[in-house]
Design a protein around this ligand. Structure first.
Ligand code: IMP
Length: 430
């Protein structure tokens, strides 16, 4: 089974993956890095993972961090040590890391803060620059951490290239940092040490997955971020730098099979960082959703922008990932007088060529425009409105009505829903 985010991330994937992982033998993630944050609540304990797959709490299941990820080894080691306290070489037997996964080096974080954080509103974790190096074919991979000579050659090359970039951006302090032999030496020592501590986990994860598949084992692929943040399919340029849809996830672990795909969709919409968001609510209803849904970034703590469910965007994402939904956080809508779902957009910008056609002012759009210039000029049309509900105990009739409306408006099936953060707050639908 494959689980991906069906909106702009933060859909509550961690909870469903934790639930679905009970049936799996292997849980593998294949995209993004510590820009992600998955929250899993077990009893009264809350775990937030940024790099570790959400199945790591099941000690009998193998968790894989695949080739398509960008790993900050220091963050990963901290996360591992938080699971196994007091161990310098963390002893977590149910983890495997691809030797081909890319490594985040301090210059990536430095460049992220210099170039993209303000404009895109990135998490500032160095993700974009690490994927830039991957595409430029100068990236450092997990296997390189295990070979000091190779690591030194690559670091030396990259330090000198990055120094030129910092210079060009007028950051002379940054340029001097990456020309400093002592800093290069310290980075080499630190990253070799990270490699030493992670050595036992670094392996050929594609081989493990292919073998497991041959043996009929159950594999759960865990997406990160959401389809609207995908560098290929999202609201470019306000996206992350990995491909977050089902296709990117397959590539990020090196396994494509005819698996069931479930898109996790929140019962309303949120977005962190900059970029167009047609159904955003900047009024007290938006605040209600933020407070009740605890909509603050698991990674950066930033307040998430909140709004109504957008069936136009949803249809688009489901078109890519397939027609199965797990609907999360339906309980957050509890207590609202009225609920709205966006069913179309009105384009209110100047006439513009878009997908080969002239888009006129006041045009009604029922297909999602990924072009940020177009999307930022789209006003939502709420073609579906219903009364809210207040019952706390069991899922009220109005909530079921809401789910049926989501299905009717998207043509998809809601297979599971969740009405609370705890492990047992799961509703299975026939
Ligand atoms: P980056 O991934 O740090 O480069 O950030 C690029 C964009 O993706 C920013 O708008 C971030 O807020 C957003 N983003 C990255 N990771 C997540 C996530 O896990 N949830 C929600 N938004 C994210």
């Amino acid at each position: 089974m494959t689980v991906v985010g069906g909106q702009w991330g933060d859909e509550g994937k961690g909870k469903f993956i934790d639930y679905l992982a009970r049936e799996a033998d292997i849980i593998a993630r294949g995209t993004g890095g510590n820009n992600a944050g998955h929250t899993v609540t077990v009893g009264d304990k809350k775990y937030v993972f940024h790099l570790l797959p959400s199945g790591i709490l099941y000690q009998d299941k193998l968790n894989i961090i695949g080739n398509g990820t960008a790993i900050d080894p220091k963050v990963l080691l901290d996360e591992l040590c938080s699971l196994r306290k007091d161990s310098y070489i963390p002893d977590v037997p149910n983890l495997a890391i691809s030797g081909d996964a890319h490594v985040i080096i301090p210059y990536h974080v430095h460049m992220d803060l210099l170039k993209s954080k303000g404009k895109i509103g990135t998490t500032g974790r160095g993700i974009g620059p690490a994927y830039m190096d991957k595409a430029e074919r100068v990236g450092i991979r997990m296997n390189d951490l295990l070979n000091k000579k190779t690591l030194e050659e690559k670091l030396r090359h990259n330090f000198s290239e990055k120094a030129k970039i910092f210079e060009a951006f007028g950051d002379s302090k940054g340029a001097a940092t990456y020309r400093d032999e002592e800093y290069l030496y310290n980075t080499l020592v630190n990253y070799s040490e990270h490699g030493r501590r992670l050595r036992d986990y670094i392996t050929d994860t594609r081989h493990i997955l292919a073998e497991a598949d041959r043996q009929g084992k159950k594999i759960l692929l865990e997406g990160a971020q959401g389809t609207l943040l995908s560098v290929d399919h999202g609201t470019y340029p306000y996206v992350t730098s990995s491909e977050c849809s089902v296709a990117g996830l397959s590539s990020g672990v090196g396994l494509f099979r005819d698996m069931k795909v479930i898109s996790i969709v929140k019962a309303y919409t949120t977005r962190v960082g900059n970029g167009p968001f047609p159904t955003e609510l900047t009024d007290s209803t938006g605040e209600y959703l933020r407070d009740k849904g605890n909509e603050y970034g698991a990674t950066t703590g930033r307040p998430r922008r909140c709004g109504w469910l957008d069936a136009v965007a949803l249809r688009y994402c489901l078109g890519i990932n397939g027609n199965s939904i797990a609907l999360s956080k339906i309980d957050v809508l509890n207590g609202l007088d009225e609920l709205n779902i966006c069913t179309a957009y009105k384009y209110e910008g100047e006439p513009l060529m878009h997908n080969g056609r002239k888009l006129q002012k006041d045009a009604i759009l029922t297909e999602f425009p990924t072009d940020s210039q177009v999307l930022s000029q789209c006003k939502p049309i709420y073609g579906y409105t219903q009364p809210g509900w207040t019952t706390q105990n069991e899922l009220p009739k109005q909530a079921r009505l809401y789910m049926e409306a989501v299905e009717a408006l998207t043509g998809a099936k809601i297979e599971i829903a969740s009405d609370g953060a705890e492990r047992n707050k799961i509703i299975l639908r026939k």
